[in-house]
Design a protein around this ligand. Structure first.
Ligand SMILES: NC(=O)c1ccc[n+]([C@@H]2O[C@H](COP(=O)([O-])OP(=O)(O)OC[C@H]3O[C@@H](n4cnc5c(N)ncnc54)[C@H](OP(=O)(O)O)[C@@H]3O)[C@@H](O)[C@H]2O)c1
Length: 261
């Protein structure tokens, strides 16, 4: 059988129970990689492992809990026999006006999107340095919107911080290849999970400011780029992926289709 582009590469994917993390884990496994699928919803991870086939494992991980971050990385390295790459996808997006964001909203967003990323990376570092491995983190093209999208302040702040965090890691650890993927809007459960009734108004405002592209990307097409990054002999420092523009009239429809996705 032909070898895949990531044949026998040992990859920990955190946030692998749904969305882009799940699609990335599946795409890596399809290219011959051995994947540790990690997140909180273990039943979903076990389904992913069953589909990925031999050599992959499911691991419970809550990135807001430092001990859980350490344990998940240790278990992944033990189960796979080391680590060649880390893909960190967890991201919390809470929608509300900035004046209505309370301390819990800020803490959950920063714990998940920034601090957890650094804690997981710290624990993975010795494994990745040993093999001159790779680490991939998910940011958002929304951090380039000026002014930032109304209703998403903690998220935009967190992803801006994440990009600086990844540069700091790269500066202190040259032997690991760090990548930030700045993502455009992608089909996932994210919008559907929002319980803020102001969301349609926010989206309408983003459309009027020209921040939306008329369609959402598929998680699978983003995952294909993760495979490209991991299989390249070079380090892709920052990759920005946006949907191809579509008809502006269909934007609302395409965004709210994701409520059922
Ligand atoms: N979708 C978009 O339009 C878009 C646009 C720009 C950037 N991004 C970024 O791309 C990344 C992936 O987005 P997505 O849309 O695929 O998200 P998603 O569908 O909401 O999936 C998020 C994943 O992260 C995991 N997760 C969340 N909190 C966690 C925690 N405390 N500990 C461990 N795992 C946790 C979830 O698993 P459990 O709940 O099972 O733990 C899930 O597997 C995020 O960083 C997001 O900010 C997405």
């Amino acid at each position: 059988m032909a070898k895949g582009r990531l044949q026998d590469r040992k990859v920990l994917v955190v946030g692998a129970s749904s969305g882009i993390g799940l699609a990335s884990g599946q795409a890596i496994a399809a290219e011959g990689g051995r994947v540790a699928f990690a997140a909180r919803r273990v039943a979903l991870l076990e389904e992913a492992v069953a589909a990925a086939g031999a050599g992959s494992v499911a691991l419970a991980c809550d990135v807001c809990d430092p001990a859980s971050c350490e344990q998940a990385v240790d278990q992944a390295a033990e189960a796979l026999g080391g680590l060649d790459a880390l893909v960190y996808t967890p991201g919390v997006t809470l929608y509300n006006d900035i004046q209505d964001m309370d301390a819990d909203a800020w803490r959950l967003t920063l714990d998940t999107n920034v601090i957890g990323a650094s804690l997981v990376m710290s624990q993975a570092l010795p494994h990745l340095e040993k093999v001159r491995g790779k680490a991939v983190f998910f940011s958002s093209i929304s951090i380039d919107d000026q002014p930032p999208r109304r209703g998403m302040a903690p998220y935009v702040v967190s992803k801006t911080a994440l990009e600086t965090l990844v540069r700091a890691w790269q500066g202190e650890h040259q032997s690991v290849g760090f990548t930030t993927i700045a993502m455009g809007d992608t089909l996932s459960g994210k919008v559907g999970e929002s319980n803020n009734s102001r969301l349609p108004d926010y989206v309408q405002g983003w459309i009027e400011k020209g921040y939306m592209y008329g369609r959402l990307m598929e998680a699978e097409s983003v995952a294909a780029q993760v495979v490209n990054v991991l299989s390249s002999p070079e380090t892709v420092r920052r990759l920005a992926i946006t949907p191809q523009y579509a008809d502006a009239d269909t934007v609302m429809e395409s965004v709210f289709v994701s409520e059922d996705a």
